[in-house]
Design a protein around this ligand. Structure first.
Ligand SMILES: C[S@@+](CC[C@H](N)C(=O)[O-])C[C@H]1O[C@@H](n2cnc3c(N)ncnc32)[C@H](O)[C@@H]1O
Length: 284
């Protein structure tokens, strides 16, 4: 069993980036569709206690969620949801992707959350104990991308947020999205990836770019400098297949977040479809 637990990283700058975009995506998709299905393939525990021993050990949220919260820097949609979980005003709880989706979905919408880790799954069950129209499955998230596409409600979003503990997960993610897209070409897929020194994300983007999957919009935030010594992630990336808005919407949101980061950061938004493939390396 692999050891990744998101509680050590909850509320970091990548979560702010990812969850801000998730909120805007759900806002748009719920406005456009009378019914929606959301499948969260790597759901984690759904909600994160920032006062827990694990979160306090790394304090990653201090250069992410906490900074945005204390400086009123969260985009309105995400701020509203975070406020609901922190009514006292001090930031103590960070809602994860599954909880954000549950908060934004309507009674007739359907949420499916997949998590493989037994401990995280047990926590997810507690978090979602009272959730309506919510199905929890303890199984492999990569297989679920294909298995749950398309959902019975044909309109929907698949949130794919692996831990990338194994290097092959970059290519695996792109391959599974391609397989799912063949079954459900109208599906919206949100894929998060870290920007790390080894640049494994290039394999993911290259594989996706070379596949039949089209209409892939990318948002990336790069830090000019690591937020703390030994911190390995220099940026956060999100690829969205079939985004519901024009590129300026994602560009504005990406820059909004990049401009409010505690350290210098650069936001970049582009269509993956337009990225040239280097003939020498075969990569984008
Ligand atoms: C980055 S965290 C997810 C965070 C969550 N999506 C959020 O935004 O709140 C990745 C999660 O994937 C889980 N995981 C790792 N490999 C998995 C797999 N093959 N199938 C399903 N879940 C997996 C980990 O246990 C971890 O909880």
């Amino acid at each position: 069993m692999l050891s990744y637990q998101h509680i050590y990283h909850a509320g970091n700058f990548a979560d702010v980036h990812k969850h801000a975009i998730l909120v805007e995506l759900l806002k748009s998709l719920t406005a456009k569709n009378p019914k929606l299905a959301v499948i969260d393939t790597h759901a984690g525990r759904g909600s994160y206690d920032l006062l827990s021993e694990e979160a306090q050990k790394t304090m990653e949220f201090s250069h992410g969620a906490q900074h945005f919260w204390e400086n009123d820097g969260l985009p309105d949609g995400l701020k509203k949801i975070v406020s609901k979980f922190n009514p006292e005003g001090d930031l103590a709880v960070w809602p994860g992707s599954a909880m954000i989706a549950r908060q934004m979905l309507r009674p007739g919408d359907k949420l499916t959350c997949v998590e493989r880790h037994p401990g995280e799954f047990a926590e997810l069950q507690k978090t979602m104990a009272d959730a309506v129209n919510t199905e929890l499955q303890q199984k492999d998230g990569f297989q679920s991308i294909v298995e749950f596409s398309p959902p019975a409600i044909r309109k929907g979003l698949v949130i794919i947020d692996p831990s990338y503990e194994i290097k092959t997960e970059y290519v695996q993610t792109a391959k599974q999205v391609h397989l799912a897209w063949k079954k459900w070409p109208q599906g919206v897929f949100l894929i998060w990836y870290p920007l790390l020194e080894a640049d494994g994300h290039r394999q993911l983007l290259t594989q996706l770019r070379k596949s039949e999957v089209k209409d892939v919009m990318v948002s990336e935030i790069r830090l000019a400098k690591a937020p703390s010594e030994g911190y390995r992630m220099y940026g956060s990336g999100i690829a969205i297949v079939n985004p519901p808005w024009p590129i300026n919407v994602l560009d504005d949101l990406t820059n909004f977040i990049a401009d409010r980061m505690p350290q210098k950061a650069h936001g970049d938004t582009y269509w993956l479809d337009n990225q040239p493939i280097n003939p020498e390396t075969g990569t984008i």
